[in-house]
Design a protein around this ligand. Structure first.
Ligand SMILES: Cc1cc2nc3c(=O)[nH]c(=O)nc-3n(C[C@H](O)[C@H](O)[C@H](O)COP(=O)(O)OP(=O)(O)OC[C@H]3O[C@@H](n4cnc5c(N)ncnc54)[C@H](O)[C@@H]3O)c2cc1C
Length: 336
């Protein structure tokens, strides 16, 4: 099979809110950007239902519909979008090289993309339990009672009993936040004490609206498309006793993994793998490479903040190219 070669001034890796916002800005700046879709065209919002906190949609909007709007807006200004899975990158030489294949399982490189600047918007993936009922709708109840984001979905559970699964700081934060909405919050943890910091754990343990089920695993989530979540199956890890527990919402809070393995050893990242950017900019430690969205933000992880940093990355890339072009004019350097 012949290998397709593409060379662009701006290549944007990922088509979630960050990547497509970067594309809107870069295409309106006449930079003719290329967006690479990858495994999840449209990003994480394509696996949820109602999005009620993205400004501009007073009645809310379905996640996949919102991402179609982003995509159409980027295409309208001339963005090119291709669907390949990036398997490896070379950021050591300019232009940068990205090697793409048709799917994660394929071993054959089908597309080689050369990039004068690269915007990384590969997002992060919530860690899931891998149990029946957890898959996104329509296969399961993900986005219909099962969530990995209290800030996004807590509001849907006003006056309802919910459970939070996990024992780290994120689970504690999510549980405390959810007490504002839920009638009762039950934290389910597989061990006999929390991994979270003492102060957060104590707040949860002492909260009047929170119960804790220790040494317990959730083994399945039950419900229907019409009712959402109705109950969960539990297993006590000490007694081996199985039971059922009625609830209307399941928040999985066992952590996130940024999709940044491609850049290990090349770009600066924190212990978990979130890309580190410089000061108020979206610049990484390699000049001409920018990072935005959930791949770079372990803290806010919202569509609006991803879009905001996508805009910033595109402006940074545009300024970088403009400075390089004026340098080249002066020095007539050959590699740009
Ligand atoms: C179920 C759910 C519900 C949510 N609800 C809300 C909500 O109501 N409101 C809200 O503000 N936020 C919500 N969020 C959070 C929000 O979706 C994220 O903050 C946002 O999508 C992050 O955008 P992003 O562009 O950084 O990355 P993502 O949306 O994660 O997009 C990442 C992109 O990178 C691509 N990619 C990754 N690796 C590769 C690779 N190797 N090669 C090529 N491409 C690659 C993927 O295909 C994808 O297109 C929700 C998240 C989930 C999971």
């Amino acid at each position: 099979m012949s290998v397709k070669e593409i060379h662009k001034k701006v290549v944007i890796l990922g088509s979630g809110p960050a990547g497509l916002t970067a594309a809107i800005y870069a295409s309106r700046a006449q930079l003719d950007p290329l967006v690479i879709d990858g495994p999840q065209p449209g990003g994480q919002l394509t696996i949820t239902t109602d999005v009620e906190n993205y400004p501009g949609f007073k009645n809310g909007i379905m996640g996949p519909v919102l991402m179609d709007e982003f995509r159409e807006q980027a295409l309208r200004f001339g963005t090119e979008i291709i669907n390949v899975w990036i398997d490896s990158v070379d950021l050591g030489q300019r232009p940068f090289t990205l090697n793409g294949k048709e799917s994660q399982d394929s071993s054959e490189i089908t597309t080689v993309i050369k990039a004068d600047t690269l915007i990384i918007s590969t997002g992060a993936s919530a860690k899931w339990l891998g149990i029946p009922g957890e898959d996104p709708v329509p296969e399961g109840l993900g986005g219909n009672g099962v969530s990995a984001c209290a800030t996004c979905d807590g509001f849907f559970f006003r006056g309802k009993p919910i459970v939070v699964v996990g024992g780290g700081d994120t689970a504690m934060e999510e549980a405390l936040f959810l007490t504002k909405f839920a009638s009762q919050v039950t934290v389910i943890h597989r061990r006999d004490d929390f991994r979270a910091s003492k102060i957060m754990a104590d707040r949860v343990k002492n909260h009047e609206k929170i119960d804790i089920l220790w040494n317990t695993e959730v083994t399945a989530i039950h419900g229907t498309k019409e009712t959402g979540v109705e109950r969960i199956s539990l297993l006590n890890r000490v007694t081996n006793e199985a039971s059922e527990f009625e609830t209307q919402g399941v928040f999985i809070a066992i952590g996130h993994k940024p999709n940044t393995d491609l850049f290990k050893g090349v770009l600066d990242m924190d212990d978990v793998g979130y890309l580190i950017t410089e000061g108020k900019t979206m610049r990484t430690n390699v000049a001409g490479v920018f990072a935005c969205g959930d791949a770079q933000d372990s803290y806010y992880r919202q569509a609006i903040t991803a879009a905001g940093t996508g805009c910033m990355a595109a402006i940074d890339a545009e300024r970088f190219l403009a400075e390089r072009e004026s340098d080249v004019e002066i020095s007539t350097a050959s590699n740009w």
